[in-house]
Write a protein that binds this ligand. Structure first.
Ligand code: GTP
Ligand code: MG
Length: 167
């Protein structure tokens, strides 16, 4: 009775929780709360079809053993990095490789999302870098800000669902 199980992955502090909350409530949370992990159930209408999503907001600062559990749980993945944190970007390929390894031979649906574009003065990852990585990983790419709602937060969440529903 759940169509899409979406795990939101990425290094600690990239804004996974802020993005999930913005997507679900259109609000922003300022307080930094290192998440253990939480799951949300959400009824969405995507392309005029009702879709039941389960969203797992994962904890970024954990060992890869914990990450393996998230990957086994999910069937779609939002790979989030912080455009002001180069290390968070460099970690994405490794996360994707781990997902592929665990899920093979299954095809996994992933979307790459660069967050915090409101902090333009502190940018360390260009739009072109993001686009290039998305091509390498074979996934769609979006940039956004959980803070001011700029960019395509909902589009990113819906896009990854669409890929799953279409298969
Ligand atoms: P973990 O749960 O520890 O893995 O971190 P997380 O990825 O869930 O990050 P979280 O959503 O807690 O955000 C980390 C910090 O970045 C918080 O202080 C947020 O307020 C801030 N933040 C998140 N998104 C944005 C954004 O788009 N712009 C700005 N300026 N700050 C953001
Ligand atoms: Mg969090």
């Amino acid at each position: 009775n759940c169509d899409v199980k979406l795990a939101v992955m990425g290094r600690a502090g990239v804004g996974k929780s802020a993005l999930v909350v913005r997507f679900l409530t259109k609000r922003f949370i300022w307080e930094y709360d290192p998440t253990l992990e939480s799951t949300y159930r959400h009824q969405a209408i995507i392309d005029e079809e009702p879709v039941t999503m389960e969203i797992l907001d994962t904890a970024g600062q954990d060992d890869s053993g914990q990450r393996e559990g998230y990957v086994r749980w999910g069937d779609t993945f939002l790979l989030v990095y912080d455009t002001t944190d180069r290390c968070s970007f460099d970690e994405i390929a490794q996360i994707k490789a781990q997902i592929d390894e665990i899920k093979k031979p299954q095809i996994v649906h992933t979307v790459l999302l660069g967050n915090k574009i409101d902090l333009d003065h502190a940018r360390q990852v260009s739009v072109e870098d993001g686009e290039r990585l998305a091509v390498e990983l074979g996934c769609a790419f979006f940039e956004c800000s959980a803070c001011n709602g700029d960019g395509c937060i909902s589009d990113a969440f819906y896009d990854v669902c669409r890929e799953k529903l279409r298969q």
